[in-house]
Design a protein around this ligand. Structure first.
Ligand SMILES: [Zn+2]
Length: 225
């Protein structure tokens, strides 16, 4: 297969995958209306596949996904890309191991973000998936690369694949788009559990050595091998 044909085949697979993964966001209660989005890097090319802006979740199809370069310029697609495209493009430029990015305003996570408070690692699930607290990134508004910079700077200093952008919402990353969706689902679940625990008293911290052990086991041993 020629390089161009190979890229086209990869892009058409990613259009299907990314459009289908979007169904998880409303299904898990992570988004309302048209907010939120999933994107995937096109491996081996400076391209990404992302949700079109302002299109309802039940109208998303492989065909209306948008292909952009890693500066957010549309390469292929009828629609304007998500308004978060520049932030996500910045993440793909700066973090070469990231293959997927998800953004939501999931309500419990936003309740932490709105107070600028990191979610403490007080459940084994948080240790498994995030390897420590879920950190908070800076307040930043759309318009330049400050959201992308805030995401990258915060994630570089953490094992967590999720960052709570202050007063805004959640960005998650993963080796592929499915992993980033999983991290978004888990982030909201942890945010809810720890919020509920806080209503009843002060959650018990987990020792760092136990967090390290849980994280290592879950990331490297758990599941079907
Ligand atoms: Zn947002």
């Amino acid at each position: 297969m020629s390089a161009v044909a190979e890229a086209a085949a990869t892009i058409s697979q990613l259009r299907v995958q990314v459009s289908r993964l979007h169904a998880h966001l409303p299904a898990y209660g992570l988004v309302v209306w048209t907010a939120g989005n999933v994107s995937a890097r096109v491996p081996g090319h400076d391209l990404m596949v992302i949700k079109p802006s302002g299109v309802a979740y039940d109208e998303l199809t492989p065909e209306n996904m948008v292909v952009c370069d890693l500066h957010g310029q549309v390469v292929e697609g009828e629609h304007a890309p998500s308004s978060d495209t520049e932030a996500q493009a910045y993440v793909y430029r700066e973090l070469p191991d990231v293959g997927g990015v998800v953004h939501t305003h999931s309500p419990y996570a936003v309740a932490w973000a709105a107070r600028g408070e990191a979610i403490p690692c007080v459940t084994t699930m948080c240790a498994d998936e995030f390897g420590g607290p879920i950190p908070v990134g800076p307040f930043a508004v759309i318009g330049d690369d400050s959201i992308g910079r805030g995401i990258v700077e915060t994630l570089r200093g953490s094992r967590s694949p999720a960052v709570l952008m202050q007063n805004h919402g959640v960005f998650t990353v993963g080796p592929d788009a499915k992993s980033a969706v999983k991290a978004a689902v888990m982030c909201e679940d942890v945010a809810r559990s720890v919020h509920l625990a806080r209503q009843l008293g002060e959650p018990i911290p987990i020792e760092q050595s136990a967090i390290d052990h849980l994280y290592d086991r879950y990331q490297n041993v758990y599941g079907q091998r």
